[in-house]
Design a protein around this ligand. Structure first.
Ligand code: ZN
Ligand code: MN
Length: 479
């Protein structure tokens, strides 16, 4: 049997987080609202109304285009994409067809082995969303028009992805980028980010593009990965047994974990595209396009690479710390306030502070434990002023109270006890109170050292300097 490789392209729809819809003043995000409460004559397609383009939608889409390295077109147009469906009240969707907002662009996807996979984007365009059809158990079909006219960006990749995992990685990186830029909530469960996958297979070494199928209605990254895997396996079995691949549209059933055929694919000509006569072209002059480009922040993949180079972080750390913009800003602020080993800051951040963020459902920008306070606690530990367990609890106390670490160390007398004579006196008391353990230790049961240290910690409420304590205990127990 020949070996095959998968050829996968993703078509994504991204809901922009503008306040209002793309062509009217209705609220754009109506996830929590009752059906048909955020609608008006424009987004429900009543006769005689005119759409007005939302500038914020153009700006946000342009920012994404710039981040993808796509070229913003000086002039682009809206078109009508005609089809008949109950949740599309106008009978057409306002979209962009042959003159889109931006062309070209790519994302360089880290593949984990230090290599990258370039995923090309053919074009990026603006369009409006359709409504939502709800099929009720009693057979009734209900329609909610709230989503009509919500601004979307459609972005289609080339057939550049080679496995289900790469497709999932692309979506993960895209979601990260959208949140980083602050242009979409990118929550797949709420439909802010939707992906359809085109899948075909070919023999390894071939450059042919064979007949592809399209997988629709996948609403999580895990489902997308599973659905693509299942389809690659299905196509492989079909080709090996001599059956042709038909250009089907497939749906993914979350509950059964199975693909089902939805319909044989429509061709583009069915949509009878023509120019939208009620909207002017989008004209973006050179100055405006340049301003968008220069307003771009450092992007997550660039920051990830810089973290490895500038701070000597392993790929794993750099990946996590650049996962979210607020977290990576927090890390850099803490490194600069600390002034010591950046890896030490990373270790503490990834263990204690990430746990704190996850437990509280917080963003790093919301922490009362500011990067400066975090750095101060690291310095207190480095200087031996507090020990590690106290340092850990100090992180929690600062987060709970918002007080500075120094103030807490003073007010709660958390300072580490490293005064020799005080510790020696305590240790003598511990030994005097536990003659049996002392005898066993002296008889060779040296594992009891941990127990003695524990007694000392209990007496000093965890403030004893562990190194000094152990040295004193060893000395006293020798006698
Ligand atoms: Zn409206
Ligand atoms: Mn579309």
């Amino acid at each position: 049997m020949p070996t095959y490789e998968a050829v996968i392209g993703l078509e994504t729809h991204i809901q922009l987080n503008t306040a209002s819809k793309i062509f009217c003043a209705c609220k754009a995000d109506s996830w929590d609202d009752a059906p048909n409460t955020n609608i008006c004559p424009v987004c429900t397609g009543l006769p005689g109304v005119l759409p007005v383009l939302n500038q914020a939608a153009v700006e946000k889409a342009a920012l994404l285009a710039a981040a993808m390295g796509a070229e913003l077109q000086p002039e682009s147009f809206f078109d009508r994409k005609n089809y008949f469906y109950p949740d599309l009240p106008k009978g057409y969707q306002i979209s962009q067809y042959d003159q889109p907002l931006a062309r070209g662009g790519a994302m360089d996807l880290p593949t984990g082995d230090g290599q990258t996979r370039r995923v090309n984007i053919h074009k990026l365009h603006l369009e409006e969303d359709a409504g939502k059809t709800v099929n009720r158990a009693d057979g009734a079909r209900l329609i909610d028009f709230n989503r009509c006219g919500v601004p979307l960006v459609e972005m289609v990749t080339g057939p550049d992805l080679r496995s289900a995992d790469e497709a999932a990685q692309y979506l993960i990186r895209l979601r990260q980028l959208l949140r980083w830029l602050g242009i979409s909530e990118a929550d797949m469960e709420k439909g802010h980010l939707r992906a359809d996958a085109n899948v075909s297979i070919r023999e390894v070494g071939s450059t042919a593009l064979n007949t592809k199928t399209e997988i629709k209605n996948v609403n999580s990254i895990d489902s997308l990965r599973e659905a693509i895997k299942a389809e690659i396996e299905r196509q492989t079995r079909a080709v090996d047994s001599g059956q042709p691949i038909e250009p089907w549209t497939l749906g993914w059933d979350e509950k059964t974990g199975k693909l089902s055929m939805m319909r044989s694919k429509e061709t583009e000509a069915d949509y009878r595209y023509f120019r939208e006569p009620d909207l002017l072209p989008i004209v973006l002059d050179e100055e405006w396009r340049a301003a968008i480009g220069s307003s771009l922040p450092e992007l997550p993949l660039a920051r990830r690479t810089r973290f490895m180079q500038q701070y000597g972080l392993p790929e794993y750390d750099a990946d996590i710390l650049s996962g979210e913009r607020a977290l990576s800003d927090y890390y850099e602020a803490a490194v600069s306030a600390y002034g010591g080993d950046p890896k030490r800051v990373s270790n503490w951040l990834m263990n204690d502070i990430l746990a704190m963020l996850n437990e509280g459902g917080l963003s790093a920008a919301e922490l009362k434990l500011t990067p400066r306070y975090f750095a101060e606690i690291l310095k207190l530990m480095d200087a031996g002023k507090v020990n590690t367990p106290t340092g850990k609890s100090l992180l929690q106390k600062v987060q709970a109270s918002g007080s500075s670490p120094d103030a807490l160390v003073r007010s709660e007398s958390l300072g580490q006890v490293s005064d020799e004579s005080a510790l020696r006196a305590q240790a003598e008391e511990v030994l005097a109170a536990n003659p049996d353990q002392v005898a066993s230790y002296r008889a060779g049961k040296e594992a009891l050292m941990g127990w003695f240290v524990g007694q000392m910690m209990a007496r000093t409420k965890g403030k004893a300097d562990p190194k000094t304590t152990q040295r004193i205990l060893v000395e006293l127990l020798k006698q």
